[in-house]
Write a protein that binds this ligand. Structure first.
Ligand code: PHE
Length: 484
């Protein structure tokens, strides 16, 4: 992908519903092409799920329960999107909008895997887990290859080449010692690191048996970092993900984005659209345009009165809403760096916290913020059902299984966000039963109303999906305008 420009000018008035990433990109691109856009946003901020929480910010849930973030200066929490893959169009918008990027560490040999239900009694670092899994798999495959078990699949030359590969891949022994994996070499790490003079380092031991390594299930975690959307390098905006919506809002013109304006009705007219909304004083008003781009979540559009017909209504109600959420834990001391040599990255577990994220910013500073859970489905629902103080307590109890008492003792303050409980959002992302029918219908305009959002893309739960959808929608709309 690259920077995007509509060809030719349009002068129509477009009402954009929602100042999330899709709505902002829509207004930005249409604005560049000459359109007059007004963006209606129910919240008192832009960005939607792209939400960075800092000290002083207020987090209010649907039931009215409220947290005030007490984070220190310079500490922030990306409650929603937090990582960008290099191939995603989000990178191009950061370039175009002047948003500075830095590496987000998505995988790190120094972080842990902890599968408690598989009987692991202590977390193991990714480096050690990989040494053992690669080592034993290589030993097995080398033995089978050399013993002739794979002769139907391999030529003599294939076998030589495979054995050469496996020797290096698994750091295993020679033919003479049975291609054995013995944990030798430095891959597993050390209990005392190599140093000066007479200190060669004390290798980390003992090496578990093949059977124990298989039973631990650690190898099942390795596929994560190979995913097209999760492979390193990944990036984040410097200072918080909300640099993206803020830059969009500046480029669009803040006066064109009406905050605290809640859409209450969408009416398609013979020659345009009329949008009814409640303004920041609670007064019901209407605004007219030639077109509308509805860039709100589908489940909220499904609850908004409209005259777009029963098929559109049924389509809007089709996707299922996923729950997800995070807790941000501020610590008085960056113990993950000083005590555990972890500078960013993610610990993966089968605990209900799912993961622990260490910050990819602020290395070596005094305080820091760890994501203490980022979970979805039933695990998230269990946390979401609790008041914040109980979420914190549960997250700390779970996290202590990995990091011990300092995980509780060094805590300063915390904030949790459960996306299903956030007003005017009410979900983390959606899933479609299929990409035919409802999905296809909403990827086309209904009268003068076009739709946009990550939910209309194959990149659901990524800002890139919202941006790609906005580009498609403005292209469709513009072509329609130019054709008249
Ligand atoms: N984009 C989100 C994330 O990276 C959600 C997601 C997770 C989407 C995994 C796809 C795969 O956490």
């Amino acid at each position: 992908p690259s920077d995007f420009t509509l060809t030719g000018r349009g002068a129509k008035k477009v009402i954009v519903l929602g100042a999330g990433v899709a709505g902002l990109a829509t207004a930005y691109e249409l604005g560049k092409a000459g359109y007059d856009c007004t963006v209606l946003e129910a919240l008192d901020r832009v960005g939607g799920r792209n939400w960075t929480i800092r000290g002083g910010d207020r987090i209010t849930e649907l039931d009215g329960s409220t947290q005030i973030a007490r984070f220190s200066d310079g500490i922030y929490m990306n409650a929603g999107p937090a990582r960008l893959a290099q191939w995603m169009v989000t990178m191009d918008y950061c370039r175009e909008l002047g948003v500075d990027l830095e590496v987000f560490t998505n995988s790190n040999a120094q972080t842990y895997i902890f599968n408690a239900s598989a009987g692991m009694t202590a977390p193991v670092t990714w480096r050690t887990a990989k040494a053992d899994v690669y080592g034993y798999i290589s030993e097995l495959l080398a033995t089978a290859t050399d013993g002739g078990a794979l002769d139907a699949k391999l030529t003599a030359q294939d076998k030589d080449r495979l054995l050469t590969f496996l020797r290096g891949f698994g750091a295993i022994g020679t033919k003479a010692n049975g291609y054995a994996y013995t944990g030798s070499g430095d891959r597993r790490g050390y209990s005392t690191d190599p140093g000066a003079g007479e200190q060669p380092g004390v290798p980390l031991g003992p090496v578990p048996s093949l059977s124990d390594v298989l039973a631990s299930g650690v190898g099942q975690r390795f596929s994560f970092e190979l995913g097209y959307d999760q492979a390193m390098l990944m990036f984040q905006p410097v200072g918080g993900m909300d640099a993206i919506p803020k830059a969009f809002a500046e480029a669009i013109g803040r006066h064109k984005i009406w905050l605290r304006s809640k859409v209450t009705r969408i009416t398609d007219l013979p020659n345009g659209v009329e949008i009814e909304y409640q303004d920041k004083n609670g007064k019901v008003r209407t605004v007219k345009g030639d077109f509308c781009v509805a860039a709100m979540p589908p489940h909220l559009l499904a609850r908004t009165p409209h005259n777009l017909g029963p098929d559109v209504q049924a389509a809007l109600a089709t996707p299922t809403v996923t729950s997800s959420g995070k807790i941000g834990l501020e610590y008085r001391r960056r113990w993950w760096e000083t005590d555990e040599n972890i500078y960013g990255g993610i610990t993966n577990t089968d605990l209900d916290l799912s993961v622990v994220w260490y910050p990819s910013y602020g290395y070596g500073k005094r305080r820091g913020l760890v994501i203490g859970y980022y979970n979805n489905g039933a695990n998230q629902d269990a946390y979401a059902a609790l008041p914040h103080a109980e979420r914190e307590k549960r997250a700390i109890e779970q996290g202590m299984k990995i990091h011990g008492a300092k995980y509780r003792d060094e805590l300063v303050t915390s904030v949790s966000v459960s996306w299903k409980r956030q007003p005017f959002i009410e979900g983390a992302w959606v899933g479609w039963p299929s990409r035919t029918g409802a999905y296809q219908l909403l990827n086309r305009p209904a009268g003068h109303v076009h739709f946009a959002g990550d939910w209309l893309s194959y990149l659901i739960a990524w800002q890139a999906g919202a941006l790609e959808s906005a580009r498609k929608t403005v292209t469709d709309l513009h072509q329609r305008v130019l054709a008249h």
